[in-house]
Design a binder for this molecule. Structure first.
Ligand code: ATP
Ligand code: MG
Length: 405
């Protein structure tokens, strides 16, 4: 109050006492201001460190997609310096696109003045995200929104897997039933064709017709056998500790004819002392034959087939990679190749069951199978199998001891 009353007085008109009073009031005010600045900077620090501690990308964006604030996660996902993305369009700086993300909820949330959550149709840094936009209502921030991104890559992969498993189970049941029904009449056709072949005497044209019937019936039998195989789970089959390198070595001779006719060179790199896998050896052989036959078929003009084994995750997994230098697989085909009956081969050349059977076998062994494009063209199929743990080894050893007694 004293300060206010005296403001019209010049400083040099003030007495020493009055000056001292003014100085002490000013000192109190300066202290208060200092405290306020400290509270504000502490609040700012807390706010910024909380914002940066969020492990999901978060940003505040204006209605025309300009990034006003962003947290460190958003910068690291985009692979850019945080200082360089502020003021840029979010779809350019964060998503690396020329247009807003497919399904971006920002505009809708601002128009409706309500929170909108929407899955994005495009990937960001090769990950799938769901974006949530929360419009800001107060003062200067009006017209902008907080946009939060949730990484849903793993969730989507699991969803796809469940759908695939259900689809396989349904088709398996259906195919198994149909195959059983077809098997008996097919056996009859083959038996009668062979009888008739014996009775045609010198009638060449009749013989060649019957051979045609026999070939077609044998092919049907192979498809039926594949269908039965597909519908059967291998859980009921005996599993033993196997060395995947040994299984692969046994498979290569079966493929020699195929490799020679397609002019394919094989290179095998097996990791020495690979941990054993608890598996049915015949079923695993079937997977590798399927993958390598497909690889040969993809190299119509010849090429190289690399087969490699390694142990990963501290010896907890055995990984088998089958890589070819063939025509490769496009992204849309890649999503469908494990579907039963999916084939790009001409009619009569493929049934489209090879990979779906392989998928099922690998899943039954608690493993994973997937494909990706190889660098420089071609495809890599990766099979991951859990390595046998100590209990598996003990149980197996005990069983074989029991048997030998
Ligand atoms: N290594 C590969 N390179 C390119 N395309 C491949 C490769 N492996 C599989 N494919 C594609 O996946 C499809 C499905 O393969 P899958 O083994 O299930 O059936 P298929 O080989 O067509 O018939 P079959 O039942 O006789 O095996 C193939 O038709 C092919 O288009
Ligand atoms: Mg095949």
């Amino acid at each position: 109050m004293a300060l206010k009353r005296d403001t019209h007085k010049k400083f040099n008109e003030l007495s020493r006492e009055e000056l001292e009073k003014k100085a002490s009031v000013l000192a109190v005010r300066a202290k208060k201001l200092e405290e306020l600045v400290e509270i504000i900077s502490r609040g700012k620090y807390m706010w910024e460190s909380t914002f940066d501690a969020i492990t999901a990308p978060v940003q505040i964006v204006s209605g025309d997609y300009e990034i006003l604030r962003a947290n460190l996660t958003l910068a690291s996902v985009s692979g850019k310096d945080i200082a360089k993305i502020i003021g840029k369009r979010c779809y350019e700086a964060f998503a690396g696109r020329d247009t807003p993300c497919e399904g971006c909820p920002l505009r809708g949330a601002l128009e409706k003045d309500a929170k909108i959550v929407s899955p994005l149709g495009n990937e960001i840094a090769r990950r799938d995200f769901e974006a949530s936009a929360y419009p800001l209502t107060g003062g200067e921030t009006r017209g902008s929104a907080v946009v939060y991104y949730r990484d849903v890559t793993e969730e989507r992969r699991l969803q796809r897997e469940v759908i695939q498993q259900e689809k396989m189970a349904a088709i398996g049941m259906l195919a198994g039933g149909v195959a059983h029904e077809i098997n008996n009449p097919l056996g009859g056709i083959l038996a009668f064709t062979q009888l008739m072949k014996r009775n045609v005497g010198g009638n060449e044209s009749m013989l060649s017709d019957l051979e045609e019937v026999e070939r077609a019936a044998l092919r049907c039998k192979k498809i039926v056998a594949d269908l039965l195989d597909f519908s059967r789970t291998s859980k009921d089959r005996e599993r033993v500790l196997v060395d995947v390198n040994v299984i692969l070595e046994k498979v290569f001779p079966f493929l020699q004819r195929e490799m020679r006719s397609y002019n394919v060179e094989l290179e095998f790199r097996g990791e020495p002392r690979l941990p054993p896998v608890l598996a049915n050896p015949d079923r695993l052989q079937q997977v590798f034959i399927n993958l390598m036959t497909n690889a040969c078929h993809a190299m119509q003009k010849g090429g190289a087939l690399f087969v490699e084994t390694s142990s990963e995750s501290n010896g907890k997994r055995v990984v088998i990679r089958v890589k070819d230098t063939g025509h490769g697989i496009s992204k849309d085909i890649c999503d469908r190749i494990f579907d039963p009956f999916f084939t790009t081969k001409e009619p009569g050349k493929g049934t489209g069951l090879g990979l779906s059977i392989s998928y099922r076998i690998v899943k039954d062994h608690g493993g994973e199978i997937g494909c990706s494009a190889a660098e420089g063209g071609g495809t890599i199929f990766t099979v991951m199998l859990p390595a046998a743990d100590d209990t598996d080894s003990k149980v197996r050893r005990q069983k074989s001891e029991d048997r030998s007694q």
